[in-house]
Design a protein. Structure first.
Lengths: 111, 114
């Protein structure tokens, strides 16, 4: 079973701080990784994707990928209460047609 | 989400009855997927399709069947609903080269089997 694992949280950070969300994966054949945000009762929405080792920045979000260590992370700078949600990490299965999801990390940004 | 709709949004059904959920897309994407989401298990793939009449099983396909007779429609059928199939069901679509750019999800169907 090819897995993507995340700490379920909740991860609590104060407003304005950096939130760091982590994910590990077991399939060394996985090439692309995705971070989704899911508000309670809503569907997941794509925040970022990353294919290459290193960092990828988009506004307040930075995705990091380390294929040697098989981990992916998402940093959220200047965290806002509106960032409070569950963040899902996903990786492809190597066949370029399916994603495997982690169970998600719940983030709480406190005032 | 724009371009992908699921119906119904909510359904309550009795054990043993067949149920069909519909996913409709207007993006002309090749790939379509059905996932279920349960607490503690996250999103798990039920079935997916890579073209009209081309479908394959996911990790939790037992008790489910699918059909795709048109590019825009992907149907999920619970042959004989059981309480263990109470869940939130999400349809997703992916264009281009498979998952290269990730999925877009529908709004979900909350199914309760009593």
């Amino acid at each position: 079973q090819k897995e993507v694992e995340q700490n379920s949280g909740p991860l609590s950070v104060p407003e304005g701080a950096i939130a760091s969300l982590n994910c590990t994966y077991s399939d060394r054949g996985s090439q692309s990784f995705f971070w989704y945000r899911q508000y309670s009762g809503k569907s997941p929405e794509l925040i970022m994707f990353i294919y290459s080792n290193g960092d990828k920045e988009d506004g307040r979000f930075t995705a990091q990928l380390n294929k040697a260590s098989q981990y992916v992370s998402l940093l959220i700078r200047d965290s806002q209460p509106s960032d409070s949600a569950t963040y899902l990490c996903a990786g492809d299965t190597g066949t370029a047609s399916k994603l495997t999801f982690g169970t998600g990390t719940r983030l709480q940004v406190t005032l | 989400d724009a371009g992908i709709t699921q119906s119904p949004r909510h359904k309550v059904t009795e054990t043993g009855t067949p149920v069909t959920l519909r996913c409709h897309q207007t993006e002309n994407h090749r790939y379509m997927y059905w996932y279920r989401q349960d607490p503690g298990h996250g999103l798990r793939l039920i079935h997916y399709s890579y073209g009209v009449k081309d479908t394959d099983k996911g990790e939790v396909s037992d008790g489910y069947s699918v059909s795709r007779s048109k590019t825009e429609d992907f149907l999920l059928t619970l042959e004989s609903a059981t309480s263990s199939q109470t869940s939130v069901y999400f349809c997703a679509i992916s264009g281009g080269q498979g998952v290269s750019y990730g999925y877009t999800f529908g709004s979900g169907t909350r199914l309760t089997v009593v």
